[in-house]
Design a protein around this ligand. Structure first.
Ligand SMILES: CC(C)(COP(=O)(O)OP(=O)(O)OC[C@H]1O[C@@H](n2cnc3c(N)ncnc32)[C@H](O)[C@@H]1OP(=O)(O)O)[C@@H](O)C(=O)NCCC(=O)NCCS
Length: 154
């Protein structure tokens, strides 16, 4: 049976390991060629720790039979233009065997309920353009494209 709970310190190794894997899996080929899985892992893990140490930064863990099968990282973030606060969903991950069973949806709904309790009324997330899973799921969860980051090799 699936359940969703708040993270605790014993989840940290799982979160750090999965975050490193997730970030490498969504790193574009062109960036991989000029980086390494170790560098990407270090940066990903630093971001996880920063989010979890920030005020109201948290993670929710999806569990099946006592084992983690997914997580979402969530915390308040300030809009750089308006100064208003919104909820930021930094990462979402579901173990491949558990995908397409609405585990991602349950994690997002848990994070959204958390943000509402904090008084926040908007959420944001980043999805790489070449990550069709992330885009498809975010669209299904009701999010719409807000900003497009463009890049060009010089
Ligand atoms: C993105 C992710 C978290 C979705 O988790 P999930 O539990 O499979 O998602 P859900 O079951 O809630 O699916 C929600 C919807 O997303 C879309 N979707 C998810 N996987 C899809 C796929 N492989 N192809 C097309 N659409 C997909 C569908 O619209 C789906 O609804 P449906 O099953 O009713 O058609 C999961 O695929 C994952 O961990 N991906 C790798 C990590 C990642 O890319 N994270 C996002 C960036 S941080």
């Amino acid at each position: 049976m699936l359940s969703i709970r708040s993270w605790h310190r014993s989840d940290l190794p799982y979160l750090l390991e999965m975050s490193a894997q997730l970030e490498w899996s969504v790193t574009p080929e062109s960036d991989r060629a000029r980086s390494s899985s170790e560098v990407v892992a270090r940066r990903a893990q630093t971001s996880v720790l920063e989010l979890l140490q920030a005020p109201s930064g948290t993670a929710f863990i999806a569990e099946s039979e006592g084992r983690p099968v997914g997580y979402i990282l969530a915390g308040p973030q300030c809009n750089e233009r308006t100064g208003e606060w919104h909820g930021y969903m930094a990462e979402i991950y579901v173990t491949p065997q558990f995908r397409r069973k609405k585990v991602g949806k349950a994690l997002v709904e848990t994070a959204e309920a958390y943000f509402r309790r904090l008084g926040l009324r908007k959420v944001r997330t980043w999805v790489h353009a070449h990550n069709p899973l992330g885009s498809a799921a975010s669209t299904e969860y009701g999010q719409r494209v807000h900003t497009v980051l463009l890049a060009k090799r010089l």
